[in-house]
Write a protein that binds this ligand. Structure first.
Ligand code: GLY
Length: 419
C-alpha cells in the first residue's frame, strides 16, 4: 500500500513510523513534513489547508490511502475533496469535523446524544462579558471558540485573569466560550470511528500547561504517557458505551457520519466521565505514545476506517509496558517561539520531529514552538520516564525548555478520581 500523510508535526512523524512497521506498506510519502519525516518518507510541498493543492498532489502521487493529520484541513473539507476524486482518505468530512471546529455544534450533538459535558455559554460581545462571568466560577474556563491549537484556553480561579483573556479574544473578534469547570483527572481517548463502528485505542494523558506541576499558560501539549495506571478497569468500555458510541450514532442520525479518529478529551469525576472537548483527529503529543505501544499494523486499520470496513477489524494488540513522551519546546513557547537555532544530539531512536527543518548547510534547526517529542518506553511508567529523560538529556537546543514531570504523578500513585 502506498500511503500519503498530510501534516508536519510530531504526530505525523509518529504516524509515519507506525505505518512503516506495517508490512503492507510499500511506500510512504509526506507533505509538507519536517526534517524528521523527510528521513523516512518521500517529502513533498503542499499547502495542507488547500483542497486544490492537496488534490493536485494526490493526483500526481496516486497513493492508495491519504491520511490527514491536522484539524485545519479537515475542518476546511480537504478529506471530502480527496474522496471526491476516488481516493480513500482517513479523516472526517468537513461536516463531521465540526465536532472540533464548532464548539456550539459539539455541545448540540452531546446534548442530543445524552452525553455529560460542561455547561457552556458563548459570549460574543464585551457588553455581556461581566454578567456571563458572574454565572461561572469559582474556577473559570475561558476558551477561544475558534480553532486555537490548544493555546486558546485559560483555566483560572482568578476572575481577573479569566476576564483579561476573554476580553483579549473578544477584542480580536473571536467569540468566547465560558464553561463550568469539570473536576477530576483528564483522559484522552482516541477512537477509530467509521459510522457506528468504534475501536478504542489505549487511553493517554496529556500535560497541557507549560511548566512543572501544571504551572504557567496552556500549550498544544508538553508531554504524555500511556497507559494510565490510575484509570479503573472498565473505564475505557464505559467511555465508549456512554460517550463515543452515542455521539457516533448521533452523527449518523444527523447525516454527517464520522469517519476517522474521534478524540474524546474527558475529565473523570465522581459521577463518571464527562467530555471536556472532542477533536476530529489524532492528538499531539498523545499519538506519539499511543502509536509507540500499538502492535497491530496501522495502515490496515486506517484503510479499513477509510473504506467502511472497520467493523471487520479484530481486537488490537499492544506492546507490554508504558510509553512516555517529553516535548522539547523553543525559547518563549507558547508565546512567539525563537526559531532558527541549531539542534544537536537528535540522531537517536525515539526522537520525533515537530518544528524542525534542515538549513542549506545540512544543519538541523528549530522551526516552530514544539520542536521535538522524545519517546521513552519501559516495563512500567517509571522506567519509561527514565528512558525518555535519558534521551532528552542528550539533546541540545539553545533556549529550549521541557517539563521534568511528565507522567510523574501517575508513576508515584498521586492521581485519584474524586469521590
Ligand atoms: N493533545 C491536545 C491536542 O492534540 O489537541
Amino acid at each position: 500500500m502506498r500511503v500519503l500523510v498530510i501534516g508536519s508535526g510530531a504526530r505525523e512523524h509518529a504516524l509515519l513510523l507506525a505505518l512503516r512497521r506495517d508490512p503492507s506498506v510499500t511506500s510512504l510519502m509526506c507533505a509538507p513534513g519536517n526534517a524528521g519525516t523527510a528521513e523516512i518518507a518521500e517529502q513533498h510541498d503542499v499547502d495542507a489547508a488547500s483542497s486544490d493543492d492537496v488534490v493536485a498532489l494526490v493526483r500526481e502521487l496516486a497513493p492508495d490511502l491519504v491520511v490527514i493529520g491536522p484539524e485545519v484541513p479537515l475542518v476546511l473539507g480537504v478529506a471530502d475533496a480527496v474522496r471526491k476524486i476516488g481516493v480513500p482518505c482517513f479523516g472526517p468530512s468537513a461536516a463531521a469535523a465540526q465536532i472540533e471546529g464548532s464548539k456550539a455544534f459539539a455541545k448540540d450533538v452531546m446534548a442530543a446524544a445524552g452525553v455529560r459535558t460542561a455547561h457552556a455559554e458563548i459570549v460574543d460581545t464585551p457588553a455581556n462579558l461581566d454578567a456571563a462571568l458572574d454565572r461561572f466560577g469559582p474556577t473559570w474556563v475561558v476558551k477561544d471558540d475558534r480553532l486555537a491549537g490548544g493555546k486558546g484556553v485559560v483555566v483560572s480561579s482568578d476572575r481577573a485573569i479569566a476576564r483579561d483573556h476573554a476580553a483579549e479574544l473578544l477584542e480580536k473578534g473571536h467569540p468566547v466560550l465560558l464553561e463550568s469547570f469539570l473536576d477530576g483527572p483528564e483522559v484522552s481517548l482516541f477512537c477509530l470511528v467509521d459510522g457506528e463502528d468504534v475501536v478504542a485505542l489505549l487511553p493517554a494523558q496529556d500535560h497541557k500547561r507549560v511548566g512543572d506541576n501544571d504551572s504557567g499558560p496552556n500549550t498544544g501539549g508538553m508531554g504524555a504517557y500511556t497507559p494510565l495506571p490510575w484509570l479503573p478497569d472498565g473505564m475505557v468500555t464505559q467511555i465508549v458505551d456512554e460517550v463515543v458510541k452515542p455521539v457516533a450514532r448521533e452523527m449518523v442520525a444527523r447525516g454527517c457520519p464520522f469517519s476517522g479518529l474521534l478524540y474524546a478529551g474527558l475529565a473523570i469525576g465522581a459521577n463518571g466521565p464527562a467530555v471536556v472537548e472532542f477533536n476530529c483527529r489524532f492528538g499531539d503529543p498523545e499519538t506519539q505514545v499511543v502509536l509507540e505501544m500499538l502492535e497491530t499494523p496501522l495502515a490496515g486499520l486506517l484503510y479499513a476506517t477509510a473504506t467502511g470496513a472497520l467493523g471487520d477489524a479484530g481486537p488490537l494488540t499492544w506492546k507490554d509496558g508504558s510509553a512516555v513522551t517529553v516535548v522539547v519546546a523553543a525559547e518563549n513557547y507558547p508565546g512567539t517561539p525563537r526559531t532558527g537555532d541549531v539542534i544537536t544530539g537528535a540522531e537517536i531512536d525515539g526522537v520525533l520531529h515537530a518544528g524542525t527543518t534542515r538549513r542549506s548547510d545540512g544543519a538541523l534547526v528549530s522551526a516552530g514552538g514544539r520542536v521535538l517529542s522524545i519517546i521513552g518506553h519501559g516495563a512500567d511508567l517509571a522506567s519509561a520516564r527514565a528512558d525518555a529523560y535519558r534521551k532528552v538529556d542528550q539533546i541540545h537546543l539553545a533556549g529550549s525548555h521541557y517539563r521534568t514531570d511528565i507522567g510523574r504523578a501517575a508513576a508515584e500513585g498521586q492521581i485519584s478520581i474524586p469521590s
